[in-house]
Structure formats: structure tokens, C-alpha cells
Design a protein around this ligand. Sequence first.
Ligand code: NAD
Length: 511
Amino acid sequence: MQERYATILEDAGLDPSTPFDGATDGEQWYASGDELEVTTPIDGDTIGTVRQATAEDYERTVQRAQDVFEEWASAPAPERGEVVRDLGEALRDNKAELGRLITLEMGKIVEEGEGEVQEAIDIADFAVGLSRQLYGKTMATERPDHRMYEQWKPLGPIGIITAFNFPCAVWSWNSCIAAVCGDTMIWKPSSATPLTAIAVSKLANEVFTDHGYPGVMNLTIGPGSTVGEKIANDRRLPLVSATGSTEMGYHVGETVASRMGSSILELGGNNGVIVTDSADLDLAERAITFGAVGTAGQRCTSIRRVFAHEDVADDLVERLVSTYEQVDIGDPLDEDTLMGPLIDEDPVDSMMEAITHLEKQGGEVLTGGERLPELGPNYCQPTIAEVEHDVPIVKEETFAPLLYVIRYEDLEEAIEWHNDVPQGLSSAIFTENVKEAERFLGPHGSDCGIANVNIGTSGAEIGGAFGGEKDTGGGREAGSDSWKQYMCRQTVTINYSDEMPLSQGIDFSVE
Ligand code: NAD
């Protein structure tokens, strides 16, 4: 392993000289199964070996999460918030180190790696405030001298399954909120990014142990086909939050529903931006470049489709092509780099296949379209292709920096084409015209969970509920009232009269 990689691991609290196999006493996580080799997408170098969970390890993990739940759920929510506050502080203290680890393991540039840790810090702050705001409503009752209200109770141990592309942030959205809600949890990260999971879990475990609550945030590492399946099928986990591909979500969603569990599904996107003839093209160009090229097109919210009004399409395309051709591609640890590698060679292959498809269907590559073998098998050029709106490949999420430009004449048709895909995560319009903006936001406008005006589709703040409709799964995480999914709603009615009136005025007295 390169020395600089070993330094990144050490700085993030991982000892690169030994395999990452949990702690023998189960302090960190239980792992006695097969080894998993972890490589960096930067150059394919092996950066660690992780021991995975066996069925027995999984059982012990769930047992611990169940045992700890009793005590954790009984702690006052503001006390739980205090623990999450310290977790946020620990993340703050280690932001740069964790950010570089994310870069090493996942391949996003350092700026974005650190941004992801900042997102975890932000959600921790949000959760601390929330710990004093888990409000229930009081309702007017129809019966005299009665009181009716609803209260929110912790749900139990929950399962969290995450994707490779946000190895820290998505865990934090779920775990910080679930923790203040009084849940314990079992997290299964992507097998492509277990080291980030280990590093942040170590921090979390230290914080929770210091407060006398070890085992609130548990880690279990292993393939989706074994450990992931166990989580989906486990009746002891009333909620499973699963982030990843739509294919995975269909399967996990059906499995959890078949045992009457709840799921939060955060799945694939196919995010579109409409650029109208009144748009500020400077803003649009900057937002589209970040949205389509950032994280090498591997965000669920990455911009994949641009609908450009025919009067501005040439100008916009010219600006985008010029910017794309100046993007520095290379080692994501280098601070000049704007686009690093993809997670491995598969998405590069998928992108090349998508380009072949679109060319056969009459599309044309305007810039990019090539692999970059001189940098390594995981690198490619960010690509723009012009296509017709009904080219079949446009309806698929190709998880790579491939942007489709589609010309339109009329806003109504642009909105119709925009919505004519299976996914419904994030969307945007660039316009200076308030009527166009409101049309896009109105009931017959964007059908996505997120809709922006003069902002790209990616880079959401944690304060809003995050998620999407249709094949994106319908889940909502992070801000607003997403916390309600991590708790059990209980309606309570108290009779403080000497009578027994029945609701709906029913008289059931025995004379
Ligand atoms: P993936 O579906 O391959 O894997 C995601 C997770 O699911 C992994 O932890 C994997 O091990 C697990 N998994 C796979 N099969 C499983 C099974 N049968 N049972 C239980 N778990 C199983 O996705 P990926 O390649 O890691 O991530 C990319 C995808 O994630 C893209 O489609 C992207 O859009 C999506 N994503 C969505 C969001 C969102 O919030 N909507 C956020 C990030 C990523």
C-alpha cells in the first residue's frame, strides 16, 4: 500500500498494519467470517482487509441492539440528544481526516469528502435540537372530561442499509435521528466502503460508551445477499432504511412489507433540469456542471437530463462543452482535481454501453465519451450527448458522468418529458419568469420529491426532508418531520370524569 494511503487510514483512526476484524470482545462489531479485500478506486491498490459477519455474528449484533434498546429508549430524549451532540463534536474534530478517508475509499474529491462529513455534523446538530421537539398533538375530544393526545415512542432496533456513494452522510441521516428518537440500530454499509463505516462507527462507539450506552449504533459488514437479506427478513427490526439501487429497493421493500415491517427506501434517481429561454445561463451552466460532473456523476441526485429551450440550447451547450473540456480529471486526493475515478470499472463500462445505445438511436456525443486508460480503468471523460427525448436509454439511471441534452419548444412538453421516467428524486428549473417557475412547482409540474428553482438538483441541505417518488422509493430522510418514521405514534385518551361516555354518542347501557 502506498505510504500516503496508510497515513490517511492512520489519521482516521484505523491501523493499516492489521486486518480490520472488530474487537475480540465485540466492543466494536462482531466479525468472524470471510475476509473482504478493500481497494481504492484511485489506482486499485488494496487498502485494507475487513472480516465480515457470519450468521452467528449477525445474531449477536441484533441481540445486543435489542438488549441496549431497553435502557436507551428509557433515557429522556434530551439526554439522548446530549450524546448525539458529542458524536457531532467528534465528527467535527475529525472532519478533515474522515473526508480524506472517504476520498481514498470512494473516490470523490477531498472537498466533497469533507462536505459529506459536514453533512453528518449538520444532521447531528439538527438531531440535538430535535431531541427537545419530538412533539405530539393534543386533540379536542368529543367526550366531556376526557383528554386525547398523541405521543411518539421509540420503535426498537432498526436496520440501516447504505450505498457506496455516500458512505458517511446517509448513515448519519438515519443514525443521528434514530438515536434521539430512542432507537438502537444495526448498520450494513456497502461492501465497497466498509472502512469509512468502521472509522465513523469507532467514533460513535467511543462517544456512546463514554456516556454509558455502548451498543446503540452497531455495525455489521457483509454482502447484501447474506447480511442484507437477514436485515430485510428480521422481524425484530420494525424499520429498515435502505439506500441504493431501485432493483435492491424493490426486493428489500417487498421483503420488509411481507413481514409487516416499515421501510424507508431511498433509491435511484434520473434527475432533470429545465432551462427556459429566460434563464440566467451563467447560473445554469455552473449548476449543471456541478450537478453532472460532481462526484463523477455518482450522486443519486446527479443531473442526468437537461431540457434546453431551443432558443438558448446552442448557447448553453457551447458553455457546457467549454467548461467540461477544462475539468481536471485525476487523483481525487490532489486538490486541483475536480473529477476523480468512478467506484470501479463497471460503471465506466455501463457508461460506454449507454453511449453506444444512444448513438444507435440517433444521439450524438458533443464532448467526452472516452475512457481514460492512462489514468486507470476507473476513469472516463465527463460526457455530454444530445438526444431526442424518447430515446430509451434516457429513462435509465446510468450511474456515471453522462449528461443528456434534449431540446424543447414548449414548457408543457418539457415538463411532460421531464416526468416521463420511472424515477422521481430531484428536479430543477432555471428561469427568470415567475409563471414558469410556479408552473414547474404546481400540481402538474415536477413529480419529484425535490424541486428547485435556479439551483441544481444535487447538494440538498439536511433541513428539508430528502427523498423521491415513483421508483425512487417514496422514502424521506433527514430534516423536516422525517423523524416520525423512526418512532411509534401512539394515540392516548384519558377519562378523568366519573362517567363512561362512548364516542359517536353510542348508548350501550344495560338497563
Ligand atoms: P446497491 O443497490 O448495489 O447497494 C446498496 C446497498 O444495498 C448495499 O449495502 C448492498 O450491499 C445492499 N444490498 C444489495 N442487495 C441486497 C439485498 N438483497 N438485501 C439487502 N441489501 C442488499 O447500490 P450502490 O451501487 O451501492 O449505490 C448506487 C445506487 O444508490 C444508485 O442507484 C443511487 O441512485 C442510489 N442512491 C440513492 C440515494 C437516495 O437517497 N435516493 C442515495 C444514495 C444512493
